[in-house]
Ligand binder design. Structure first.
Ligand code: E4P
Length: 227
């Protein structure tokens, strides 16, 4: 399962890329503007941290297909590397995805709320679809179920498109999409870190060190120095 950081914050990306097995970074206009930095230099800085081989997802801003395609081509030329263009799943977006597929530019269809949107995007040639789990939950829907349905439909229709579930507010949602067989998740730094946090694990680790010190003493703070 792919693990992707949904953030444009340099410090958080640096920190997570160092300790977590991350596969890339997703951004969107809201995430980018939060950083209050020039757009292209910020994306290039993110790419220099994660490396050109890891995936970087950047969203277009235009509303119409022709402009979306122009923006995508520009981003591909300027940023390069393992870049995926995020395209909102509107009718114009689907048109852009079709054209970008023909040009060999890879895409992720974003702002997905229903399995049908995902199916049409996949059929148009999107490499990824991003269902918005928490935003679906907030609309009294079932985000995990939508992801499960998309995964199953892609499988049954043999569509070579991956489901990168997005918009998470808690670890239970990540757990749910994992069980649904999702291909990847993109989540903010706080949620990603919380995937391995547990207060009992922390206290167990403290107790192991205390037990060790009881026999080997305070000075012997590492097995390397313990004879
Ligand atoms: C990612 O691709 C989406 O843009 C993002 O996850 C939306 O998440 P939010 O609902 O937390 O804003």
């Amino acid at each position: 399962m792919l693990l992707v950081i949904d953030s444009a914050n340099i410090e958080s990306i640096q920190d997570l890329a160092e300790c977590f097995p991350v596969d890339g970074v997703t951004t969107n206009p809201a995430i980018i503007t939060k950083e209050k930095k020039p757009f292209l230099p910020l994306l290039k800085e993110i790419q220099s941290i994660i490396g050109k081989e890891r995936m970087l997802f950047v969203q277009v801003l235009q509303e119409y297909a022709e402009e979306m395609v122009k923006e995508a081509v520009y981003l591909k030329e300027e940023i390069g590397g393992n870049l995926y263009i995020k395209i909102p799943v509107t009718a114009e977006g689907i048109k852009a995805i079709k054209q970008l597929k023909q040009q060999g530019i890879r895409t992720l269809a974003t702002a997905i709320y229903t399995p049908m949107q995902a199916l049409v995007a996949a059929k148009a040639g999107a490499d990824f679809v991003a269902p918005y789990v928490n935003r679906i939950d907030n609309l009294a829907g079932d985000g995990v179920q939508v992801v499960r349905d998309i995964v199953e439909a892609f499988d049954r229709c043999q569509l070579p498109c991956q489901v990168l579930a997005a918009s998470f507010k808690n670890t239970q949602q990540v757990h749910g999409v994992g069980l649904a067989g999702v291909h990847g998740v993109t989540a903010g730094p706080k949620i990603l870190k919380s995937l391995v946090e547990h207060p009992v694990t922390e206290s167990n680790v403290k107790q192991f060190v205390e037990d060790w010190k009881l026999f080997y003493g305070e000075a012997c703070d590492s097995v390397i120095h313990t004879q």
